[in-house]
Ligand binder design. Structure first.
Ligand code: PLZ
Length: 444
């Protein structure tokens, strides 16, 4: 594969302490002007990147197993995408699609109609961030059904804006003292096989019985769910859970929204995580992988629902910006030409085998789970299912010091998730897994 940032190379190499002196100086500079409220992950400042390697300003070559939280699925610095962006930037940067439109917005919507689950008539609307897409999916569902209640799940993550904070489950750091939150949001138990031991049908019955008793089926505008939960801990619902929810929505006139912002666009080994159980959502929200790092998000859904909104009811100054849209068209072309769903499946096999072998010797690994290139381990106190956030923290720190980006997640902060770029090479993956293995053993 030709690359545009060849100087970055393809091999992890740590040449200073992490963070190095230049990054530390930059971090001090940051603290004078950047709000402390903005999350601070690993304070190494990035100069260039290529494929799965980040080059920081101290000259460290870092292996990226996080993809900027599931965004750079195509890897960093893909020449075709960079060219599409620069060509569009030269042509024009912005007109506002609501004022004077352009072709690439339509192209993205055509691709979304083609690739999202189901072959029914679909239309889309484009936005800037995942949270904005989720907000709009709820707006459209309420408008189309004339109902208000929205059902969400334990461990859900849907964003940080006011409505999406209300949909998100975890208090710290997302919600604490940011209320009051939007009303008419009802939270029910998620299917979480490792902890509840329930089959998908039973777990769905448990959740839907609550909805019927406490909300009333006729009041439900939408059920929104991540087919595999991301921030909440890479929780894969038991088989049958998603189809049962989707069926219930169909029978009760509610909209079934799959939030595929983290799980979508090849990540789980198919174009969308809903595909694994043949679920056809009424509406899908996408962002992250869609434009490879440019801010772009979408709501795609049944044309009858999407078109129920009055003209002018949906929009925003930058939604479907020409540069982001041009990037998305090039990203999707790349995903197809490189067969990234197959690459994600391959990554899944390698990672699952490695971590499952490790689980036999390490008692802090409670469960290895996930799909494709969206795999995680849940860390427990040995001999129990109690969360072990300390181990997760120690593992991330160890990986970081060795020049590997690994991310934690989970309501209790005890899950380590892997989200490598799907173009990661076998050598890079083996290298990352070996560091991760050392980190896990060291954190026992
Ligand atoms: N829905 C399923 O995963 C974003 C959040 C990082 P935005 N997840 C990363 C953080 O700490 O802010 C996400 C998601 C799902 C919605 C969103 C929100 O997408 O583009 O961050 O708004």
């Amino acid at each position: 594969m030709s690359v545009s940032n060849e100087a970055v190379g393809s091999v992890r190499k740590v040449v200073t302490a992490i963070p190095g002196p230049k990054s530390q100086a930059m971090h001090d500079r940051r603290h004078k002007v950047v709000s402390k409220g903005v999350s601070q992950g690993l304070p190494i400042y990035i100069d260039k990147a290529d494929g799965a390697i980040l080059l920081d300003i101290d000259g460290n070559r870092i292996l990226d197993l996080g993809s900027g939280i599931a965004v750079t699925s195509i890897g960093h610095a893909v020449p075709e995408v960079a060219k599409a962006i620069s060509d569009q930037a030269n042509d024009f940067l912005h007109t506002c699609f609501m004022v004077t439109p352009y072709e690439s917005y339509i192209e993205v919507c055509e691709l979304l109609a083609e690739l999202t689950p189901g072959d029914h008539a679909k239309t889309s609307a484009l936005f800037n961030s995942g949270a904005e897409a989720v907000e709009n999916a709820i707006k459209i569902s309420r408008h189309a059904t004339g109902r208000q209640a929205v059902v969400v799940f334990d461990h859900a993550y849907h964003g940080r804006t006011n409505l999406t904070m209300a949909l998100t489950a975890k208090n710290m750091p997302y919600k604490d003292k940011f209320g009051p939150f939007a009303p008419e949001i009802y939270r029910v138990p998620m299917s979480y096989p490792f902890h509840d031991g329930l089959g998908g049908k039973e777990a769905a019955e448990r959740a839907l019985r609550m909805v019927e008793a406490q909300v009333g089926a006729n009041n439900v505008a939408a059920i929104i769910i991540e087919p595999i939960q991301g921030e909440g801990g890479f929780i894969v619902p038991a088989e049958g859970f998603l189809p049962a929810l989707s069926e219930w929505c169909k029978s009760n006139g509610a909209v079934f929204i799959a939030d595929e912002i983290q799980s979508g666009f090849c990540r789980t080994g198919d174009w969308f995580a809903s595909n694994h159980e043949g679920v056809v959502p009424d509406m899908v929200t996408t962002a992250k992988g869609l434009a490879g790092g440019m801010p772009l998000a979408a709501v795609t859904g049944r044309a009858d629902l999407m078109n129920a909104v009055h003209e002018g009811g949906l929009g925003g100054t930058y939604g479907g910006n020409p540069v982001a849209a041009a990037a998305a068209v090039a990203v999707i072309k790349f995903m197809k030409s490189q067969n990234l769903p197959a690459k994600a499946r391959h990554i899944g096999e390698v990672v699952t085998k490695h971590l499952s072998d490790l689980q036999k010797e390490v008692r802090t690994i409670g469960e290895v789970r996930g799909r494709g290139a969206m795999i995680a381990i849940e860390l427990v106190e040995p001999g129990t299912k109690n969360p072990n956030a300390g181990a997760a923290k120690a593992i991330v720190k160890y990986c970081n010091e060795q020049g590997v980006i690994a991310l934690s997640c989970g309501t209790y902060g005890n899950v380590i998730r892997l989200l490598p770029p799907l173009v990661i090479t076998d050598e890079q993956l083996a290298d990352g897994l070996s560091v991760l293995g050392d980190a896990i053993r060291a954190a026992q």
